[in-house]
Design a protein around this ligand. Structure first.
Ligand SMILES: [Zn+2]
Length: 307
């Protein structure tokens, strides 16, 4: 095999190792709090040495990407993270205490093939559902936090996801804590039909009570945030942050174009475009997120103390 073939072969494989790397816990301390994924690891010959950025196509050392918090060092493209990895990059080391880790959904409509899909998603991610919730501190500030995981059926929201988020928010109301939610979702989980749509009102009502109690809610929109999640808790934040380049929308571009019979502008539904239209308060690069969240939480904390 010539050198070129070898590189080509590497390029063909690299998108897979990158995904595997994304599921590794970011810090050893998180391993204790959250059980490691039982996903299949890459074989040694796949090596994970190279990874190709899906945005700029640069072939990079995987290590250079992981050390840069899964952000392409060439073009700053923000790769998707698992919930575990997100927690590792966001909360204070060792502070995360998970709640409802065993809460799992079932198959309320006996939807064909759904049970198998759930089983596969659980095996792949090591999670019982598409969101991880719990208590943590961010730069010393206590919060209740929910982090969605796009590796689990595209972060779709079924009954269990809605229930976990609702419980997390209700716990925050009881303990008078702020809530931080990282969203990543393909929307409602179609296999649960109406049951999944009801989660939109359930989560929104819990956040309504949290807001009435005068408590702060911050959302961080990550790539992609769409459908029923956008149409409920993602857009209800008192402060709405987004990662650079994140897709934020309700229906997909093609669906909208076919419906309104017009072509849509370039960059439509990207975080930057959405911010321009007033739906997002700030776009914050991944590396700056803990600092920015800490600052917002501290400001609010002081306001409560003195106000
Ligand atoms: Zn890139």
């Amino acid at each position: 095999m010539g050198m070129f073939d070898k590189i080509r072969k590497n390029q063909a494989m690299i998108s897979v190792p990158l995904g595997a790397a994304a599921r590794k816990p970011a810090r050893p301390s998180q391993e204790a709090a959250i059980p490691p994924a039982k996903s299949k690891e890459m074989s040694p010959e796949d090596t994970n040495i190279f990874a190709k950025c899906p945005a700029c196509n640069a072939v990079l050392f995987t290590e250079d990407i992981t050390e840069n918090q899964m952000v392409c060092p060439r073009c700053q493209h923000h790769l998707r993270l698992s919930a575990r990895q997100r927690l590792g990059y966001t909360v204070d080391e060792g502070s995360f205490v998970e709640m409802d880790a065993e809460l799992a959904g079932n198959d309320p409509l006996q939807f064909p093939g759904y049970e198998n899909k759930l089983r596969a998603a659980r095996a792949y991610t090591g999670l019982t559902e598409a969101v991880v919730t719990g208590y943590a501190t961010i730069q010393g500030e206590p919060v209740m936090i929910a982090v969605m995981d796009g590796n689990f059926m595209m972060g779709s929201m079924g009954a269990a996801v809605g229930e976990k988020i609702t419980r997390c928010v209700e716990e925050a109301t009881r303990r008078r804590l702020p809530v931080v939610i990282f969203t990543v979702s393909g929307g409602a989980r179609m296999q649960e039909g109406l049951v999944s749509l009801m989660q939109m009102t359930k989560t929104s009502a819990a956040l309504g009570r949290h807001g009435e109690a005068g408590l702060l809610y911050i959302t961080v929109l990550t790539d992609p945030t769409t459908g029923g999640v956008t149409a409920s808790f993602a857009m209800l934040g008192d402060i709405i942050l987004a990662e650079p380049g994140a897709l934020v929308g309700f229906a997909g571009k093609r669906v909208i174009e076919q419906t309104v019979k017009q072509s849509l502008p370039e960059g439509f539904q990207r975080a930057e475009f959405v911010m321009d239209k007033g739906f997002v308060d700030a776009i914050v690069p991944r590396r700056e997120l803990p600092g920015r969240l800490g600052q917002l939480l501290r400001l609010h904390h002081q306001e409560v103390r003195h106000g």
